[in-house]
Each structure stands twice: as structure tokens, then as C-alpha cells.
Design a protein around this ligand. Structure first.
Ligand code: 5RP
Length: 228
């Protein structure tokens, strides 16, 4: 197996083929997406009039450095395409996202997109979601109540407030993240729904039925593409 970083690079670079000069597209977040940005800069060194709606401040910074126009989601009607990474993807294209803490904006941008293309290395592919702790974005006020409620309601194996050093990790929207160890998630749609109605939950990292395509590398470095 090639090193994971090389496999991310190949997936990210492959997805750049979906972008043509003058396009406006949703730009995901994470280390795989960084390779997409890298490839686009290689392909279009003179900017090519690209406009992006980034899913995080981190991706917005990278886009500005690349010389691209950056728009807020409120400045566009719809997006024809968003390309983003994932922490896990099941055979139906359901995802766990939010490892980088950008799940809320990622879901909003994905929901505004006609097509969501996920780029992933083979370590992200799973039969069933849930090995990766599910990120749940919560408002800071009373987050411990949410933590208690999730623990009681679902009997989870673990639930951690995400931290950056000693302090809670704060999302781009000013919220906290709980990383919840559910174990195997048999019904991602039902779990998403059950979590969403807990007061204080802003969004979950479950992306159910949102991905239209998956571009992933195989352990030998080959590329596979799948539509949903
Ligand atoms: C950020 C995400 C990322 O897409 C996910 O964490 C994958 O990241 P990477 O490409 O670095 O493995 O959901 O919130």
C-alpha cells in the first residue's frame, strides 16, 4: 500500500479534472482537498477565473492564496458542484464528516450543491459507518446537557469534547464539537434524525444520501470512481 498521503494526493488531483476555467464550485476542507487545490494551481497557474464557496476559514485562506475569488454561501443561488473529503464512506455513499471540524458549513454547502463529489483514500472506505467517532456540533451553552443526553439515550462507548490544546475546539461558527463513539451505525438516517432533535445540537457529521459520487484511490494507487 502506498503511503496514505500519496493516496490522498492522487484522489485530490484526480478530482481537479472536474473543474474548468470560469467555474464556481464548493470547496471542501481537509488534507485531501489541499491536494485538489494544489492540482488546480498546477493546471491553472494564471487563476483561470475560479470562484469558490469554501466550507471553512482554512479553505478560504488557501483559496485566496491561490488567487481565486471567494464567495459566501449567501452570495450564490446554487452550486453545480462541491468537492470535499470524508472521514468514512459506506458502500451507499453515506458519510461521516467533521474530522477537521467543518461539518456544519460542509453540510450547508453540500445541501446547496447539485452534485457532491467526495474524494478519499482507501482507509476511509467502510462497510458500515461508526468506527470513526461521530462529530456532533453543539452550542457551547449547556453542552454538558447534550453530552449527558446522548450518553443516556444511546449508551455510547465514549463521548469527548473536542479540544485544541487545553481549550475546547471552537468551530468557524463559534460552536463546540462532541466526538461520539457509537460503534457500528446500522441506520445512519435514523441516528442523524434522533441527534438533530436534541436541544443544543446544531449539526451532525452524518451525511446521509448527500454524496453523488466518490473518487477514491485503491491501496495500489489506482483510481476508482463510483456514482450514487
Ligand atoms: C473536515 C472534513 C474532512 O473532509 C475530513 O475530515 C477528511 O479530511 P482529510 O482529507 O484531511 O482526511 O470532514 O471537517
Amino acid at each position: 500500500m502506498l503511503p496514505t498521503e500519496r493516496l490522498k494526493e492522487k484522489a485530490g488531483r484526480q478530482a481537479a479534472k472536474l473543474i474548468s476555467p470560469g467555474m464556481t464550485f464548493g470547496l471542501g476542507t481537509g488534507s485531501t482537498v489541499k491536494w485538489l487545490i494544489e492540482e488546480l494551481q498546477d493546471r491553472f497557474p494564471k487563476n483561470a477565473n475560479l470562484t469558490v464557496v469554501p466550507t471553512s476559514e482554512q479553505s478560504a485562506r488557501l483559496a485566496r492564496q491561490a488567487g481565486w475569488q471567494v464567495k459566501e454561501l449567501n452570495e450564490v443561488e446554487r452550486l453545480e458542484l462541491t468537492i470535499d473529503g470524508a472521514d468514512e464512506a459506506d458502500p451507499s455513499g453515506n458519510l461521516i464528516k467533521g474530522g477537521g471540524g467543518a461539518l456544519l458549513r460542509e453540510k450547508l454547502v453540500a445541501a446547496a450543491s447539485d452534485k457532491l463529489v467526495i474524494i478519499a483514500d482507501p482507509t476511509k472506505l467502510v462497510e458500515k459507518l461508526g468506527k470513526f467517532p461521530l462529530p456532533v456540533e453543539v452550542i457551547p451553552f449547556g453542552y454538558r446537557q447534550v453530552q449527558r443526553k446522548i450518553t443516556e439515550q444511546f449508551g455510547v462507548a465514549g463521548i469527548q469534547l473536542r479540544r485544541k490544546g487545553e481549550e475546547p475546539f471552537v468551530t468557524d461558527s463559534g460552536n463546540f464539537i462532541l466526538d461520539v463513539e457509537f460503534g457500528v451505525i446500522d441506520d445512519p438516517a435514523a441516528l442523524d434524525k434522533a441527534l438533530q432533535i436534541i436541544p443544543g445540537v446544531v449539526e451532525t457529521g452524518l451525511f446521509v444520501g448527500m454524496a453523488h459520487a466518490l473518487i477514491h484511490t485503491r491501496p495500489d494507487g489506482g483510481i476508482s470512481e463510483k456514482s450514487f
